[in-house]
Ligand binder design. Structure first.
Ligand code: NAD
Length: 481
């Protein structure tokens, strides 16, 4: 077996080629996938070009009529079989993902991979109840149906690779579409395992295709393709702009899940221990979470006590090997990302910020959990997404100022409010610009809820019927009496 076709990661065999039309296809060129844990090479991955992109779209187009015509119950059965396959290989998926993107093995085992299976089960079940009531207009019957749209290009990031990919793949397939999935080049492996699992579950050839490659090299050939009917993208704002421009040629509908700079508002009446827990939780996944509340806004009167307790708790976090059950914070994804994080912090410090916690690199691929104070609202560190374990702390004196600071970025993905006063929670929530607001909690997600961002955090919502609305062409048929 060629090392350009396969690799073995912690005992798990992974095919490093594309999956197109039910077959493994190799590119002549490869790119190297490295592990953030120790910088070791995980594999040589097929480096797709416009040629493989065109082949994958052609395969998805050819498979579309058959899959679209497959009865809902059969589509749902196959999606459940994929979920079964994910559960059967859960440990392997968790281990491979941890080696590939450096996130904690314990969270892959207990949270992320079960959620991957749930993504398939949820949309399979939802498909079976997806119907509008017929209604009449002057005796004429209106029947609204969700028609499958066609081949969908799904482009995903590295911070939660399989979870974010299947959050798109599952509803797209449930809706009767065919898929071309392009995972991030820094974490390409579990998408390849998903292709194996889907084939094993009986998903027909060409319904799910996986192409590997560097975004700028293979991207346009996917997003500007006239046979692609939907593009769903999760990633950064600059890439989203590029994709939107590329999709404009064919007016291809887009769903965009982008970055954030979400606030955590802590009022003096909050349970302070809870508020500190919520703040420290923002270091999860080494800060590489789109929803992370990276701007901590604390009521002036409790700021000193909050900072003291936060500092104590942050000092107890264990940073280290993500395979170790005791580790709280793993490495950051890539030397380039580490460089980017460090650049943000160094510029902030030069701009007058003070590092109360951290403020520097750790060993190897690690960045020390960091809390910066004395930051200006209009500064880069407050306005731009760092995507690393870097938080800022600012204070406010009343609700108006808290809301003003909270809403004063170009993002609008999420917000968290810590307060002991339910009436205040309601007042504040109503004024926040955010796709999700958590009150006295964080990261509680239910697939029945809409998910997405306002402003530069995204376009559209995913989840429940919002996903089906996006992945389908809605049709109203009016029949005379
Ligand atoms: P990125 O934009 O660099 O890359 C995302 C994907 O786009 C990758 O697969 C990449 O290969 C591809 N890509 C790059 N250039 C392309 C091009 N020209 N055409 C087509 N595809 C291209 O983002 P990233 O660094 O991988 O991910 C981090 C970003 O994702 C952060 O901004 C984070 O907030 C965001 N994110 C958002 C959500 C959400 O749900 N809102 C979830 C996770 C991450």
């Amino acid at each position: 077996m060629s090392e350009h076709h396969h690799t073995t990661v912690a005992g798990v065999a992974v095919d490093t080629r594309h999956w197109i039309g039910g077959e493994r296809v190799a590119s002549t060129e490869t790119f190297t996938d490295i592990s953030p844990i120790d910088g070791s090479t995980l594999g040589k991955i097929s480096r797709g070009t416009a040629m493989e992109a065109a082949a994958a779209v052609a395969a998805a187009k050819a498979a579309f009529p058959g899959w679209a015509a497959t009865p809902r119950a059969e589509r749902a059965r196959i999606l459940h079989a994929i979920a079964d396959g994910v559960e059967k290989r859960l440990e392997e998926l968790a281990v491979v993902e941890t080696h590939d993107n450096g996130a904690l093995l314990r969270s892959h085992r207990r949270g992320v991979m079960p959620r991957v299976a749930h993504n398939f089960r949820f949309f399979a079940d939802r498909l079976l109840t997806l119907d509008h009531e017929d209604f009449t207009t002057r005796g004429h019957t209106n029947r609204v149906t969700w028609d499958p749209a066609g081949p969908c290009v799904l482009i995903t990031p590295w911070n939660a690779p399989l979870m974010l990919a299947t959050w798109k793949v599952a509803p797209a397939l449930a809706a009767g579409n065919t898929v071309i999935l392009k995972p991030a080049e820094w974490s390409p492996l579990t998408a390849s395992l998903l292709a194996d699992i889907a084939a094993g579950a009986g998903l027909p050839a060409g319904v799910l295709n996986v192409v590997q490659g560097l975004g700028p090299e293979i991207g346009d050939a996917l997003t500007a393709h006239p046979d692609v009917r939907r593009i769903s993208f999760t990633g950064s704002v600059p890439t989203a702009r590029h994709i939107a421009a590329s999709a404009a040629a064919n007016l291809t509908p887009l769903s965009l899940e982008l970055g954030g700079k979400s606030p955590l508002l802590v009022f003096a009446d909050a349970d302070l221990d809870l508020a500190v827990d919520l703040a420290v939780e923002q270091y999860d996944n080494a800060g590489q979470v789109c929803l992370a509340a990276t701007r901590i806004l604390v009521e002036e009167s409790i700021a000193a006590e909050f900072t003291r307790r936060f500092t104590d708790k942050a000092a107890r976090l264990r940073q280290g090997d993500p395979r170790d059950e005791a580790t709280d914070i793993g490495p950051n994804i890539h030397p380039r990302q580490l460089e980017k994080i460090d650049g943000f912090v160094r510029r902030a410090l030069a701009d007058g910020a003070r590092a109360v916690v951290g403020g520097h690199r750790g060993e190897g691929q690690y960045y020390a959990p960091t809390l910066l104070t004395d930051v200006r609202q209009d500064s880069e560190i407050v306005q731009e997404e760092v995507f690393g374990p870097v938080l800022t702390l600012q204070t406010f004196t009343d609700e108006d100022e808290a809301v003003r600071l909270a809403n004063d970025t170009r993002f609008g993905l999420a917000a968290t409010v810590a307060t002991g006063d339910p009436a205040r929670a309601e007042r504040i929530t109503a004024r926040l610009v955010a796709g999700t607001v958590w009150v006295n909690c964080f990261f509680v997600r239910d697939l029945r809820a809409p998910f997405g961002g306002s402003r530069h955090s995204g376009v559209g919502r995913e989840g429940d019927t919002w996903s089906f609305d996006f992945y389908c062409d809605l049709k109203n048929t009016v029949t005379a009496p």
